[in-house]
Ligand binder design. Structure first.
Ligand SMILES: Nc1ncnc2c1ncn2[C@@H]1O[C@H](COP(=O)(O)OP(=O)(O)OP(=O)(O)O)[C@@H](O)[C@H]1O
Ligand SMILES: [Mg+2]
Length: 262
């Protein structure tokens, strides 16, 4: 069957292919663990993640292709709707509920985006619009599980909020094509759609502080270490200064986000 190249990946740009009902993409050191997790999700009744078909000798993994639309930056208007955002948060809640029966011990996981406070529930950790399959503007599946790792659900939700509300200075929102919106109201929508109670909302806000620090510190240390992927990523995404802008913007609006969660 012919291989059709799929557009969109950054990390795996040009290396992701559709072959009939499947996707072939580079595997990673943790693919066996990720496949065990994806199988457990499906067995727990969660259909919002690809079924892992297997890992090839050529180093590629084969996954179920999920029909739908995956938005790419600059994100189209439909993918920025409140309906889309709420549906992503609902989908992550369903994933977390299905993940509860899975024991991550005895497996290996990526440290790259894992929550700093540890935890025992396997989380996706990279829920941004380009890692979501939509149908009619509603999220139906999450893809791109290579950063999955045991953590706390609040941290996974904080990453979702950071990437999908999103938490970004006005200049960078505009630069990556986000239209003006009431961001604190969008954070409340995330909390409501996920089904957070009062304690969960306090935890979410703290996890967002932690996530923003973690991502900034990781980028700075990789830059100091001269990591070529980080240098390339920063060249494409506005340089290391964007972390200063984001931190200032978050500090300036923090009270409004906190109020929206009350
Ligand atoms: N299981 C799948 N079902 C449907 N489409 C998929 C699937 N996996 C990947 N795709 C498509 O292929 C594109 C690139 O895949 P993917 O996001 O895995 O690449 P990546 O380089 O790992 O991404 P990232 O830059 O987010 O790390 C996606 O944007 C999506 O359109
Ligand atoms: Mg992706």
């Amino acid at each position: 069957m012919p291989e059709e190249r799929l557009e969109g990946g950054i990390a795996n740009a040009g290396k992701v292919f559709r072959v009939g009902p499947h996707v072939l993409r580079p595997s990673c050191a943790h693919s066996d663990s990720i496949h065990a997790f994806l199988r457990a999700l499906r067995r727990a009744g969660f259909a919002g993640a690809p079924w892992p078909v297997g890992i090839h000798e050529d180093g590629r993994e084969r996954l179920e292709f999920i029909e739908g639309d995956v938005p790419l930056a600059p994100y189209p208007e439909w993918s920025q709707s409140d309906t889309a955002l709420a549906s992503i948060a609902e989908l992550l809640r369903a994933l977390h509920d299905a993940a509860r029966g899975f024991d991550p011990r005895g497996h290996t996981w990526s440290d790259a985006l894992a929550g700093p406070a540890g935890g025992t529930l396997v989380c996706h950790n990279d829920v941004e619009p380009s890692n979501v399959v939509f149908r009619d503007g509603v999220a139906v599946a999450l893809i791109d599980f290579e950063f999955a790792a045991p953590g706390r659900p609040a941290y996974d939700l904080a990453q979702l909020a950071r990437l999908c509300v999103p938490i970004e200075d006005d200049f960078d929102q505009d630069r990556i094509g986000w239209r003006p919106a009431d961001r604190p109201a969008r954070l409340r929508l995330v909390a409501d759609a996920y089904g957070l109670g009062r304690d969960g909302r306090t935890e979410l806000l703290a996890a967002m502080d932690a996530a923003l620090d973690r991502i900034e510190n990781a980028a700075r240390s990789s830059l100091v270490a001269g990591d070529p992927d980080t240098i390339a990523m920063l060249e494409r995404t506005g340089g290391i200064e964007k972390y200063d802008r984001r931190r200032r913007w978050w500090a300036h609006h923090h009270d409004r986000f906190a109020a929206a969660l009350r």
